[in-house]
Design a protein around this ligand. Sequence first.
Ligand code: NAD
Length: 310
Amino acid sequence: EYGSVGFIGLGAMGKPMAGHLAKKLPPDTPIYVFDVVQSAVDDLCTEFPNKVVKSTNAKEIAEKCDIIITMVPEGSHVKSVYLDPQTGICSTDISKKLLIDCSTIDTATSLLVKDHISTHFPTASFYDAPVSGGVVGAVKGTIAIFLGCSETDPNLSRLTHLLQMVGKSIIPCGGPSLGLAAKLSNNYLSGIIAIAASEAFDMGMRSGLDPRVLKKVYAAGTAQNTICDKFTPVPGVYPEAPSSNGYKNGFKVQLMRKDFGLAVDMARRVGSKNVLGQVGLQTYTDAMNDPRCRDLDSRVVYRFLGGNED
Ligand code: NAD
């Protein structure tokens, strides 16, 4: 039913996602993989010797597979994976193929790739499908996937069947590039809440409040939100929060900076007033460049803002 499936970009997110497909796709459905880092490809082939097959570039994947998922860092990588004239997906005949880009990138690049595909291969289908839920969610198979299509899209049930192997909730967001617009506005909100929560905890604690009391207050009051509940920026308040584990194994501050920057650009382009955007962008840029914060979970913004960690 799936034909053969290809997966390009086996990093922190892509590798566990491809691993779920290797476990859950029917036995007669091979999965072809490619990454510019050879060790990432070799690791997955070793883990699933009878299921995962290595490929030498994106074009080879496009030749062999009916469905292709891509999961690379930025717009420039998406462009090269799809549009490189020698090795890109679009350098071979991709008529009737289903292409799903899960990378978090700007909407303009995604639309450019989609336009190129619909011009040259009108029977092929390309969807933006960014994900939320972090590396832990990718490993557990619980990520949310925001699909750039309408609820009546003819491919929706096929897409949903496949993507449910890697994630839990699959949300059609309305049309091309709207999965990305949804993802960027989500991360903008989550990023702003983390800054506001860090400041709120800090002013409360400096006034004499215990952060555990503050967490209860926010949960019971009008400030209730997931960042305070499960990603509490103050260490030692919620044991499973990255902050309580040295801000490790979370959503890295530089990734938050990347997504926040994309969101602010999007806001500017669509004429949204966005008064908090510049402050947030500056805060995450400075936090990312601070050696005490770099490579740590983005809620380390609490440390950057001078919060007490004792
Ligand atoms: P990553 O850097 O760990 O992995 C990206 C992989 O893509 C790497 O293995 C890299 O070698 C490969 N790659 C780059 N260019 C390539 C090319 N031209 N051809 C083939 N492979 C190529 O990044 P990640 O954390 O897996 O994130 C991937 C995307 O998912 C990003 O857009 C990110 O913003 C988004 N995302 C990440 C998280 C997270 O918590 N890490 C959460 C949600 C969404």
